[in-house]
Design a protein around this ligand. Structure first.
Ligand code: C2E
Ligand code: CA
Ligand code: CA
Length: 408
């Protein structure tokens, strides 16, 4: 070699292999593995070692590779070749390969260490999506370790009951009356204080913990609603955010029914906010089924961040929804001739489909006046109130309704 790279360990993991095995049977799966092995042999040099180390995992050892560029190009050729469709049992199927690799520049890296590094790089490649190749680096290892640390902290925080809810009021544009509150998760960290969801929701989803956070939001949100009612505040509904795993839970509707009935509330007291991206990304039958069940049970379902995805219109036609939440990015530019026309058209469309429109991110009195005049039914945003601890809501409500009575 050129002396810069002395050895390379490349780990290859097949994408969608399990699906082929499950749908076409183990014979087809076996033939697919042979097919991949053929590709690996054809793309490597005679002296390279190719082995299968697990169900659908392969390893290539390259001693004295000619250059880093050659390794990159090898990874590229493998991902391209494996992604080509193959015919098995008269059915065309497509799989893919994700690759992680690591290089040793001196003789001191042990085989075990190199396999661990290739595995970390592979983990990152899988995380980035299918069909990608990633190289190991110390920075990558640090990043992965930091993420795992965050996973551990979130798990610990769940065990210590450190997740709380803030509530943000939503008001009718027509009467100014309070329509409800969105329930927003917060992490009360013993050292860092109140941590916003941007820091933990994505990590919780990756660690498969986000449904537990959603569950806490429902329980603490309904406790809050019950408490508000007991204080004589008539709060018609609370909105909670349902992450993709929550929506894929076939017991969700039953569980929510139990939660509302345990507090002598009705399903109408709970609005479930569903992200457009949930429905777009996986075209998720299970999620669509849950939405249907929720709505038949009497819960309200609204489409959150409306207008940020590509499938807004098709979602409106295939789902029975109670409303849309117009994303902040639509509200920010108003008043503006184009944005105003789009909002006004969406309001007309929603009316004809019997859906309400909530405008989100209403930050200024000018925003408020504009979206109200365009026909949005409800507003939520800093100009009405910022999200607040559930315990502060009573005082806010009193001040708000008094001020409102004075203005009226
Ligand atoms: P979202 O569902 O779109 O919630 C609205 C976000 O906009 C909230 O951010 C809120 O504080 C913020 N906001 C409200 N009014 C204004 C405004 O006038 N201007 C601006 N710039 N922002 C405003 P937050 O609380 O940081 O939550 C961020 C996201 O985290 C939420 O976005 C939601 O997607 C997610 N999230 C929050 N709680 C939960 C939860 O319990 N479960 C799940 N799965 N996701 C949650
Ligand atoms: Ca939301
Ligand atoms: Ca939103």
């Amino acid at each position: 070699g050129k002396g810069d790279v002395s050895r390379c360990v490349m780990k290859i993991d097949l994408d969608l292999f399990k699906e082929v095995n499950d749908t076409l049977g183990h014979d087809a799966g076996d033939r697919l593995l042979v097919h991949v092995a053929d590709i690996l042999r054809a793309t490597t040099r005679k002296q390279d070692i190719v082995g299968r180390i697990g169900g659908d995992e392969f390893v290539i050892l390259l001693d004295d590779p000619p250059s880093l560029a050659m390794i990159r190009s090898l990874a590229q050729r493998i991902t391209v070749a494996v992604a080509q469709p193959v015919t098995l049992n008269h059915a065309q199927c497509r799989i893919g390969a994700s690759i992680g690799y690591t290089l040793a520049t001196s003789g001191d890296a042990t085989a075990d260490q190199m396999l661990i590094e290739a595995d970390l790089a592979l983990y990152e490649a899988k995380r980035a999506g299918r069909g990608q190749a990633f190289a190991y680096s110390d920075a990558l290892a640090t990043e992965i370790e930091m993420r795992r640390q965050l996973f551990r902290e979130i798990r610990e925080a769940l065990a210590q009951d450190q997740f709380e809810v803030y509530v943000q009021p939503q008001v009718y544009t027509e009467t100014g009356e309070v329509y409800g509150c969105e329930i927003l998760a917060r992490w009360r960290h013993p050292q860092r204080g109140i941590v916003p969801p941007a820091t933990f929701i994505a990590a919780a989803e990756e660690a498969q913990l986000v449904d537990q956070i959603d569950r806490i939001a429902v329980e603490k949100g309904l406790d809050f609603l019950e408490h508000a009612n007991a204080q004589g505040i008539d709060l018609p509904t609370i909105s909670i955010n349902a992450s993709p795993p929550t929506l894929r839970d076939v017991h969700l509707t039953d569980r929510l029914l139990q939660e509302v009935h345990a507090r002598h509330l009705t399903p109408a007291h709970l609005t479930v906010e569903v992200l457009e991206s949930t429905l777009i990304e996986n075209d998720d039958d299970l999620a669509l089924h849950t939405i249907d069940a929720l709505s038949r049970a009497g819960f309200k379902v609204v489409l959150d961040d409306f207008g940020t995805g590509y499938a807004s219109m098709s979602n409106l036609s295939r789902l029975k929804l109670d409303g849309i939440k117009l994303d902040q990015s639509w509200v920010k530019p108003v008043p503006d001739p184009r944005a105003d026309s789009i909002i006004s058209a969406l309001v007309t469309l929603s009316r004809s489909l019997n859906m309400s429109v909530v405008a989100e991110g209403v930050e200024t009195p000018a925003h408020y006046a504009c979206v109200a005049s365009l026909g949005c039914d409800v507003v939520q945003g800093y100009t009405v109130a910022k999200p607040m601890p559930a315990g502060d809501f009573g005082d806010w409500y009193e001040t708000y309704t008094n001020g409102h009575a004075l203005r009226a």
